[in-house]
Design a protein around this ligand. Structure first.
Ligand code: ATP
Length: 360
């Protein structure tokens, strides 16, 4: 926070529908600013496939410097299938930021907003309000770009370190405690692994158990990832906060996004000890870009997550209240019957954005 107490936010709108969903999220934050004592300073910066096409770099050094200086980073979505590195991989500054800033905790909340239908029978009545915390810097992704492929076999190596796991579990237990304190969830944390088959996951679970002893107020559970997948589609309301390895989290968090309606509803954050990036779970959706069809809800909810993180980090309770106000406004809009094009409805980006602003 700067001397005049404004939160400095780096804004990386990105590619495809990224800028289309970023604009309403910024409008929502400006409305919050007008109605609360909070102040924001937004600085736009380039990143993504379009920037790569023009310059040969996924983002300039000035973007990294801005992200270092800012209090938080808001990101639309980056990458386009038609723009690729020479090795054919997509331009993904979001992954580079994760490693650069050591953003080990990928926070992926899945809350079923009343009025949005879930594919899970009974979810409308029971509700879903869970958070998947996906370790985001190691696990199987530590092998990214380092796999070895010969004619006869391919190998990738999974890495679990004590340094990252301990911070990840500490973060997860704190989140479970914080949610309970704010009346969300039942104060539970589930470790999702495959400790019955792999030594690396037995090591992961051992460190989880150690952290659990430091947080006796949180109900700590352990479950194997395969069983977890089945439980998530049968009784997702039984879960509160879940913590898992990178690849398992990659898969489970898409599954949980599916439980609450779709990609356009799922916000996310990549959080480290000092920095954090807030972005929707979805990608740049090139199939609908430029048509006003994108659902901005996930981006707006990601902005709310940013406020909650800033509140916790800087001890500014009014920012947590503002985050709740945004969530309540989104809830009201869906309770009133808005139906984004994403769900076969008629409401495009502008309709959803205007309705959320009106509800605020
Ligand atoms: P990535 O690999 O970057 O995640 P992807 O192609 O796997 O990209 P998305 O870009 O998220 O995934 O798109 C998946 C599908 O979901 C597409 O059909 C897209 O139109 C749709 N989609 C994604 N986000 C939204 C949104 N905010 N509103 C409406 N539809 C969306």
């Amino acid at each position: 926070m700067s001397a005049n107490s404004a939160f400095h936010i780096a804004v990386l709108a990105g590619d495809g529908i990224g800028p289309e969903v970023m604009a309403p999220a910024l409008e929502v934050l400006r409305r919050i600013e007008a109605r609360s004592g909070l102040k924001f300073r937004f600085t736009d910066a380039p990143a993504g496939a379009s920037h790569y096409r023009e310059t040969g770099k996924s983002m300039p050094d000035s973007t990294i410097r801005l992200c270092e200086e800012a209090d938080a980073i808001l990101l639309g979505a980056c990458g386009l299938p038609s723009v690729r590195y020479p090795d054919n991989t997509e331009i993904a500054p979001q992954i580079e930021l994760r490693f650069h800033f050591d953003l080990y905790a990928g926070v992926r909340p899945a809350r079923l907003i009343p009025g949005v239908s879930s594919p899970i029978v009974g979810a409308d009545a029971r509700g879903i309000d869970l958070v998947v915390i996906r370790e985001s810097t190691e696990g199987l992704f530590a092998s990214m770009g380092k796999g070895v492929v010969t004619d006869s076999e391919a190998r990738e190596t999974l890495v679990i370190t004590r340094k990252t796991s301990e911070r990840l579990f500490e973060f997860s237990f704190r989140l479970a405690e914080r949610r309970k304190a704010r009346g969300r969830g039942h104060g539970g944390l589930t470790c999702v692994d495959k400790a019955n088959v792999f030594k690396a996951f037995a090591f992961f679970r051992e460190m989880f158990d150690e952290a659990a002893r430091r947080h006796p107020a949180v109900k700590a559970d352990r479950v194997y990832v395969d069983a977890c997948a089945a439980m998530l589609v049968k009784r997702p309301w039984d879960f509160d906060v879940m913590v898992t390895e990178n690849m398992f989290g990659d898969i489970l968090s898409d599954l949980t996004a599916g439980l609450i309606g779709g990609m356009g509803m799922a916000p996310s954050a990549d959080i480290g000890d000092r920095h954090a990036v807030f972005q929707p779970c979805h990608g740049t959706a090139p199939d609908i870009m430029g048509q006003g069809k994108a659902n901005p809800t996930a981006m707006i909810l990601s902005a709310a997550m940013m406020l909650d993180w800033l509140a916790d980090r800087h001890g500014v309770e009014s920012a947590a209240d503002a985050a709740e106000r945004i969530e309540r406004a989104v809830d009201k809009v869906y309770a009133d019957g808005i139906k984004p094009i994403e769900f076969g409805g008629r409401n495009g980006t502008d309709d959803v954005a205007r309705a959320v602003l009106a509800a605020l």
